[in-house]
Ligand binder design. Structure first.
Ligand SMILES: [Ca+2]
Length: 268
């Protein structure tokens, strides 16, 4: 009897801990939701709970650059982020076009500018009624690291995590063909660089929900790509480029703060 009560108490404690970990909305980091895009293609998104992490690289990290000053970032709102880079299948479903250099329906879309990404975002918002957006740099790095403080997330070995200079044979590859990180994201390192929402700025201290300056000349790309050496595929690596530029190393993935239930599917 005594053991039974103890077991019940333990069960209750475990249930409380689980409920707390899942948050008020019943979601927990790593949960997956699938959305339907205009044109009918689907996209998997992974939930990231609010949290605090060290953004940037420590002075001891090999290959680091000066614009990676390490600072503490607090993310106060959870968000969804694409499990994979946006693919050509998904891009064509929404945009009815494809300028990619390396063709394949499950290869990442590339040769797109930041403004092209925003056109895609606006179409999904208006036609599928899902408030998607680009991730902030902070959200991107929070999801890339997934709790890791090392230069490369996941198991820390870039050849396992990424398509990059040493193994790509000078081209993109189908998304999701390497090892995911601890929260289930694929290709955060390598394959294509990923446009983020922010204008370029240099971090100057600890911040809450950073979104970058209100204007600027360069938008940010993160994660390195099939063409880059290992040092430029690190979690903290940042590349700034004119938002009008297209290049076969530029791609993206979508973020979304809240995904409403899709009662009717977007027009095919
Ligand atoms: Ca990538």
């Amino acid at each position: 009897m005594g053991l039974g009560v103890a077991a019940l108490a333990l069960t209750a404690c475990a249930a409380d801990a689980t409920a707390s970990a899942q948050g008020a909305a019943g979601r927990k980091t790593g949960d997956v939701k699938t959305i339907t895009l205009p044109g009918g293609a689907t996209m998997e998104m992974i939930w990231c709970e609010p949290g605090t992490f060290k953004m940037g690289s420590p002075p001891t990290e090999t290959g680091r650059f000066e614009d990676e000053a390490q600072h503490v970032v607090k993310i106060t709102r959870g968000f969804w982020l694409g499990k994979y880079e946006v693919t050509q299948r998904q891009w064509e479903s929404v945009m009815h076009s494809n300028l990619s250099r390396f063709k394949g329906p499950d290869h990442p879309i590339e040769n797109i500018s930041w403004h092209d990404c925003m056109t895609f975002v606006r179409r999904v918002r208006s036609e599928a009624k899902i408030p998607v957006r680009l991730p902030t740099e902070a959200e991107w790095e929070y999801a890339c690291r997934a709790g890791s403080e090392s230069a490369i997330s996941g198991n820390g070995k870039l050849p396992d995590m990424a398509w990059y200079d040493d193994n790509s044979e000078c081209q993109t590859h189908e998304v999701g063909t390497h090892t995911p990180n601890a929260w289930g994201f694929f290709d955060m390192h390598g394959n294509v660089l990923e446009w983020c929402a922010d204008w370029f700025s240099v971090p100057t201290g600890d911040v809450v929900d950073p979104k970058g300056p209100p204007s600027g000349s360069f938008k940010m790309l993160r994660g390195g790509c099939w063409f880059f050496y290992e040092r430029d595929c690190r979690s903290a690596y940042r590349l700034k480029r004119d938002p009008t530029l297209r290049n076969c190393i530029f791609g993206f993935r979508l973020a979304c703060t809240d995904i409403p239930e899709q009662k009717t599917k977007p027009a095919q």
